[in-house]
Write a protein that binds this ligand. Structure first.
Ligand code: IPE
Ligand code: IPE
Ligand code: MG
Length: 237
C-alpha cells in the first residue's frame, strides 16, 4: 500500500532547471535575462509543488562546471542568488519553506556564504516544503567529499555501506529523488545527483525552464504516476 502511494506521488522531486540561456536568445535578450526569468518562474513552481503535495523539491541552479562560463554570467548568477535571499527570504519563510543547500559554499563570497547560512538557519523548522538548492553542486565532487570525510573519520572498509555512504553526502537525511525533471530537452545528467538518482524516474521536456509552468509540472507528475518502478525486480506491488 505504501509503495503504491509512493508510485502516485513522489516524495522528492528534483529539477534540472535548464534552458534559461536559450529562452533569452530566442527573445534576443542577454542570457542573464533568461536567468532572471527562471527565478520568476521558480515562484510558480514552488506554489505548484505545495499545491501538488510534493514535500521535497531539489533544484539544480549552479553546477561545479558552471564556473567555466564567462565571468559576467557567473557574477550575474551569484548576484541573483543574493537578490533572492535579500528580497524573497521573508516571503519564503512566511510560506513555510525550509531552505537547504547541497554543494560547497566555500567558493562563494563570504557575504553570500553568510546569507545562505542565515536563510538555512532561519527556516530550519519550517515544514510546508523543503526547498533544497544545489549551488556549486557536482555529483562527483560530492562523492569525493564523502570519501574524504569517511577517511578523515577513520572508517574501516567494512563500515562503508550504502547507508553509511549516503549519510556522508550533502543530501544526508533527505530521501533519494523519486523523479528528476530536466527542462530544455537535453538527455543528460550533467553531474546531478549521480548517486542518489540511481533509481529515480527521469522526465525530460523540451520546454525551457522559464516556460515550465504549473501545467507542465503537472504533466511531469502525471507521467511519474504512470511509471512502473521495478527497482530491478519483476514488477512493482
Ligand atoms: C540553466 O540554464 C541555468 C544554469 C545552468 C545556471 P542555462 O544557462 O544552462 O541555459 P542554456 O542551456 O544555455 O539554454
Ligand atoms: C546543468 O545545466 C546545470 C544546471 C541546470 C544548474 P548545464 O546547462 O550547465 O548543463 P550542460 O552543460 O548542458 O550539460
Ligand atoms: Mg544549459
Amino acid at each position: 500500500m505504501k509503495e503504491e502511494q509512493t508510485l502516485r506521488k513522489p516524495e522528492h522531486v528534483a529539477i534540472i532547471m535548464d534552458g534559461n540561456g536559450r529562452w533569452a536568445r530566442a527573445r534576443k535578450l542577454p542570457r542573464l535575462a533568461g536567468h532572471r526569468a527562471g527565478v520568476e518562474n521558480l515562484r510558480r513552481i514552488l506554489r505548484a509543488a505545495v499545491e501538488f503535495d510534493v514535500p521535497i523539491l531539489t533544484i539544480y541552479a549552479f553546477s561545479t562546471e558552471n564556473w567555466d562560463r564567462p565571468a559576467d554570467e557567473v557574477e550575474g548568477l551569484m548576484n541573483i542568488l543574493q537578490d533572492v535571499i535579500d528580497h524573497e527570504l521573508d516571503e519564503l519563510h512566511k510560506n513555510g519553506v525550509q531552505l537547504r543547500h547541497i554543494g560547497r559554499l566555500e567558493k562563494l563570497s563570504p557575504v553570500l556564504q553568510e546569507k545562505v547560512q542565515h536563510a538555512i538557519d532561519l527556516t530550519s523548522n519550517n515544514d510546508t516544503l523543503v526547498l533544497n538548492i544545489a549551488w556549486n553542486y557536482g555529483g562527483r565532487d560530492e562523492i569525493l567529499y564523502a570519501i574524504q570525510s569517511m577517511m578523515e573519520d577513520g572508517l574501516s572498509p567494512a563500515d562503508v555501506t550504502e547507508e553509511t555512504f549516503s549519510r556522508y553526502l550533502f543530501t544526508a537525511g533527505i530521501p533519494d529523488p523519486d523523479l528528476i525533471i530536466r527542462t530544455s530537452g537535453e538527455m543528460r545528467v550533467s553531474n546531478f545527483l549521480i548517486w542518489q538518482g540511481a533509481y529515480a524516474e527521469y522526465y525530460v521536456t523540451d520546454t525551457y525552464f522559464p516556460d515550465f509552468d504549473r501545467d507542465a509540472f503537472r504533466a511531469a507528475l502525471d507521467s511519474y504516476a504512470a511509471r512502473d518502478r521495478r527497482f530491478g525486480r519483476v514488477h512493482s506491488t
